[in-house]
Design a protein around this ligand. Structure first.
Ligand code: KG4
Ligand code: ZN
Length: 340
């Protein structure tokens, strides 16, 4: 443990300001300040997100250090998200991390947010946390991305399938907006679906080639379905909310599992995993377990704390990069459209 670096990690790509301290892969603190301000706008307002990051960042970092029982001078490296994400939001985290790196004379590590979601599987709470074996296939489903990623090692990863338009998280969030639910809609649809009948209404599973996804048609499918039924009964949504949520959620999840299953047949992995905000979805978590049993592969599902945006996952990627001395110089800028 003594040779493990102490990493202070910062995440500010979207609407969560987060800071974490890791010693090696072991997480010592993971503070997340979620920005409630966006709820009433039905989506993240970039300008408001940047301002909220500005006011949150110092208290969040201070709390992370305090909980980890360390002081700034103990830190061996500073890590932060460089993209993808909102430019103004990323700038807050990157500028803060650069200043700390300069002031402390410690290296700066810039982390890709999507890789970090996958590295949530490598964060440990104890010495003996099991980690995935390779090759691994990870279904990364977040508010901005939907990817199937093939990993040959911790840092060697390749996107083998992705969405052509909306992300799975957007299908949840935009679907929720159509139903009059606040942002972010994913957790609410998940909750309401618990008491609904997933077979009550039929939505069409999108047809896309190979391992590609497309979610924009599904959202339109829901919109037309609601409009048609509201013409006959203006209380249709209120009277059927749980069944609509359950049916819509089940369509998204069946589609994701169908593609993941196809990728397993194609790449024959040793382990599979889920990552990103939508990996908090209870049906998706159940269905990937069933799929792993059917396909006889090991399955890794992140603990809920590490599903939505958090700095501990940024610290995990930074740990692997630190091992390779993969540091950034202080002239770097964020990359909002980063793709790996
Ligand atoms: O990874 P994340 O925190 O942020 C991005 O990097 O985008 O993902 C946020 C997304 C949102 O679309 C949110 O609605 C969705 O994750 N989400 C869920 C659940 N919890 C969060 N979607 C479905 N079911 C959930 N339980
Ligand atoms: Zn994310």
């Amino acid at each position: 443990m003594t040779n493990s670096p102490i990493i202070l990690a910062i995440e500010s790509s979207c609407d969560e300001t987060s800071a974490a301290v890791l010693i090696g892969r072991q997480v010592r603190s993971n503070i997340i300040a979620s920005q409630k301000i966006h709820e009433k706008y039905g989506g993240v307002v970039p300008e408001l997100a940047s301002r909220a990051h500005q006011s949150n960042i110092i208290p969040v970092v201070s709390q992370a250090l305090e909980e980890a029982e360390i002081v700034l001078s103990d830190v061996d490296a500073i890590a932060c998200t460089s993209g993808p994400g909102l430019l103004g939001a990323l700038l807050v985290g990157v500028s803060f991390a650069k200043s700390l790196s300069l002031a402390l004379g410690k290296p700066l590590i810039l982390v890709d947010h999507m890789k970090a979601h996958i590295h949530a599987h490598f964060i440990s709470r104890s010495e003996n946390t099991e980690t995935p074996s390779f090759p691994m296939l990870c279904l990364t489903v977040s508010g901005g991305h939907t990817q199937i990623v093939k990993l040959s090692s911790e840092l060697e990863m390749e996107v083998v399938g992705k969405t052509l338009d909306d992300a799975a998280g957007e299908a949840f969030d935009k679907g929720a907006k159509i139903l009059g639910l606040p942002y972010p809609g994913g957790p609410l649809i998940d909750k309401l679906a618990q008491t609904g009948d997933p077979n009550k209404f039929q939505f069409t599973i999108p047809e896309t080639q190979g391992l590609s996804f497309s979610f924009s048609g599904l959202k339109t499918n829901l919109l037309y379905f609601i409009q048609k039924n509201q013409k006959m009964n203006e209380d249709f949504v209120e009277q059927n909310l749980a069944d609509i949520c359950a049916s819509y959620q089940s369509t998204i999840v069946r589609y994701l599992i169908q593609k993941l299953s196809k990728s397993i047949d194609q790449f024959n992995p040793e382990s599979i995993g889920l990552a990103g905000g939508v990996s908090a979805n209870s049906l998706l978590r159940q269905e990937i377990i069933k799929l792993s049993e059917k396909k006889r592969v090991r399955v890794f599902i992140p603990t809920l704390e590490f599903t939505t945006d958090n700095a501990a996952m940024i610290g995990a990627t930074a740990y692997f990069m630190h091992k390779e001395n993969n540091f950034s110089d202080l002239s770097v800028t964020p990359n909002p459209r980063a793709i790996f």
